[in-house]
Design a protein around this ligand. Structure first.
Ligand code: SF4
Length: 188
């Protein structure tokens, strides 16, 4: 008997809505095919990788005149075979999303409202607080004389969309400052 896999479940689930309409005597095949063709009509397909986790599912990014119009799984991938989990299936919204904040928002301690800050001001404040905390808490040695050169008062948490290159620089900077706890949201 054939084993029912997670991938089989995904295929079955994605076919359920269409199956229901087909049961009502409505064929979506021509409309679906037409919509698919229009969406990526004349688009350039660029192979890429989902940025959200270490599985690294392959994607195809469709662009028209440099504008992202669609992102979907790349069926040529040997391990993801064109499938994406719900996070990966929503990558398009990273690029095209009117709700995405594009300004730095700061909420002062005790304040109820957010204030828009310029990037330079925000970066200067982060640097100021990082230096202050490090200066105040840096330990060169433990009580028994073991050299540690670190601060445990600063924690680095990366976002799931940080790519390999950024993470490489991030951990170099953090380790250079003596920061020990370094984590990424993709693993939490
Ligand atoms: S987040 Fe999902 S789609 Fe993206 S790489 Fe991980 S498993 Fe694949």
């Amino acid at each position: 008997m054939k084993k029912f896999t997670r991938r089989d479940f995904g295929r079955l689930a994605s076919g359920t809505a269409v199956g229901g309409l087909a049961g009502a005597g409505i064929s979506l095949a021509p409309a679906t095919a037409r919509a698919q063709q229009l969406r990526i009509n004349d688009a350039k397909a660029t192979p890429s990788i989902c940025p959200f986790c270490a599985v690294g599912c392959a994607t195809l990014i469709h662009t028209v005149e440099g504008r992202v119009v669609n992102i979907e799984g790349d069926a040529r991938s040997p391990h993801s075979e064109g499938t994406l989990c719900p996070k990966g299936a929503a990558i398009f919204q990273l690029h095209v999303n009117p709700n995405r904040p594009t300004q730095v928002l700061h909420r002062a301690p005790g304040a109820a409202d957010w204030e828009v800050w310029g990037l330079e001001r925000a970066m200067a404040r982060v640097a100021e607080l990082t230096k202050k905390t490090r200066d105040e808490t840096f330990m060169e040695q433990l009580a028994d004389g073991t050299q540690v050169n670190c601060t445990t008062s600063i924690f680095s948490l990366g976002g799931a969309t940080l790519d390999n290159e950024w993470n490489h620089i991030q951990q170099k900077l953090m380790r250079g400052l003596g920061i020990v706890p370094i984590e990424n949201q993709a693993r939490i």
